[in-house]
Design a protein. Structure first.
Length: 435
């Protein structure tokens, strides 16, 4: 390099024209300066919020519900209210489906004993005597013509292969009693019978189990596939660790924020799964914007000043894109709050808050990690330490840069001396100086 070029390279921020408009970015932005001073505070804040979210995430998911009530302003709501007035009910019916495990009639001693066991359970649970209905209950009461309604062969009940036992549970405690009934029936059923339970309490529990399965099994399997294009573009596994940290912090923080909200506002039971999907989409997308621009602007093994300059450029351009894109998406989801259906409005609230948290995480936690560990995240290659050979190469590069800067400084001082000598000589030889 020519000494003049060396002086230009050595001057911070010199000649850094970025963007299509040729706009020059300041060496250090105000946001980067603030994040540099508070980088460890930011890391501690998000780490604490992540731990709290992990501890209280199950409380939030347990507070979710599913409701198919019609909106109050609709005609269906008036019809539903009229139906409730004419046929008031405070019970949730639960159906026990009993079938033979082999070929043969289900009507026999095994079904009779199972029915008596369910009746004994109802008495233990302090339910009314009429809360259990079944074939043998009607037969024992001398009403066989009503008992045929609980078997699948009305003409010949003894040839039936399936039967029903209906248990009416109080609506205010149907969830706990339904779970207790399920354990009791499965334990009391003999091997000759196949037993299944159906009803609204089991439907709600099955939907909650599906959400839990998605959170624990499906989404963790999706993350590696989602990171493949990220690794291809960024080409750094170290930077992918920042993306994983942003995903964890965004998801846990969103669950922690929604937990107290779910205590007062009804939240749909599939909202947690939707929130995690939004976290995966936004965190990978936004971190890809920021980190790809950061990697373009940063040199290998950059020091703190180099990371600051690269991060200022990334936040100046990609950060603006993240903020505008995320705000637009969050406002779209918040628009669902105006829907009169509780399932849709609660989903909009939960997803909108999740996107806002994801924006905050990517614009604060991501830069804080880069500023706190600049040498680690700017190192190229797949090896963690780089090896002795790479260390010698970096030392040789630093030595050459130091020699170049020294040569540039000596050349600059020599030029200044020549200019001073030339000025003195011209001054001494002028007529005015001789006079």
């Amino acid at each position: 390099l020519h000494p003049a070029s060396a002086r230009e390279v050595d001057r911070p921020g010199a000649g850094r024209r970025l963007g299509c408009s040729g706009m020059t970015v300041p060496e250090h932005g105000r946001a980067v300066s603030i994040l540099w001073r508070l980088r460890f505070v930011v890391l501690l804040f998000w780490a604490t919020l992540t731990c709290l979210g992990a501890a209280f995430a199950t409380r939030f998911t347990n507070n979710t519900y599913i409701d198919f009530s019609v909106p109050e302003a609709s005609e269906g709501y008036a019809d539903d209210q009229e139906f409730q007035r004419l046929f008031p009910s405070t019970e949730d019916p639960v159906t026990v489906l009993v079938r033979r495990a082999d070929e043969g009639s289900v009507v026999g001693p095994a079904l009779h004993n199972l029915t008596d066991s369910v009746v004994s359970w109802a008495e233990t649970a302090a339910l009314e005597s009429s809360s259990v209905q079944g074939y043998f209950i009607m037969v024992d009461r001398g009403l066989p013509e009503l008992g045929v309604a609980f078997v699948n062969d009305v003409a010949d009940p003894n040839a039936s292969t399936a039967s029903l036992i209906v248990v009416s549970l109080p609506r205010n405690a149907s969830g706990l009693l339904a779970e207790d009934l399920r354990h009791h029936v499965l334990a009391a059923a003999p091997n000759s019978l196949e037993v299944e339970l159906a009803g609204e309490p089991y439907f709600l529990q099955a939907s909650l189990d599906g959400v839990t399965h998605d959170l624990e099994q499906v989404h963790p399997k999706v993350v590696p596939f989602a990171l493949i294009p990220f690794l291809y573009i960024v080409r750094s596994w170290r930077l992918s660790l920042i993306t994983l940290a942003c995903i964890a912090a965004s998801a846990a923080s969103a669950y922690f924020v929604m937990w107290p909200i779910s205590e007062t506002v009804a939240v749909a039971n599939f909202a947690p799964s939707m929130m995690l999907s939004a976290v995966l989409a936004t965190s990978i997308d936004y971190s890809l914007f920021l980190l790809s621009r950061f990697r373009e602007e940063s040199a290998e093994d950059s020091d703190a000043e180099g990371v600051k300059r690269a991060l200022a450029t990334a936040l100046h351009f990609a950060g603006h894109t993240v903020l505008v894109s995320g705000t637009t998406l969050a406002l779209c989801f918040f628009g669902l709050l105006f829907f009169p259906v509780g399932l849709i409005s609660s989903l909009g609230l939960a997803t909108g808050l999740t996107i806002c948290i994801s924006i905050a995480v990517n614009l604060t936690l991501l830069p804080a990690l880069l500023l706190a560990f600049p040498a680690f995240f700017t190192r190229r290659g797949w090896c963690c330490c780089g090896g002795p050979r790479r260390a010698r190469q970096r030392a040789e590069e630093r030595r050459r840069v130091a020699e170049l800067r020294a040569a540039a400084a000596s050349s600059s001082s020599a030029e200044e001396d020549l200019e001073e000598e030339g000025g003195s000589g011209r001054g001494a030889g002028s007529p005015a100086a001789g006079a």
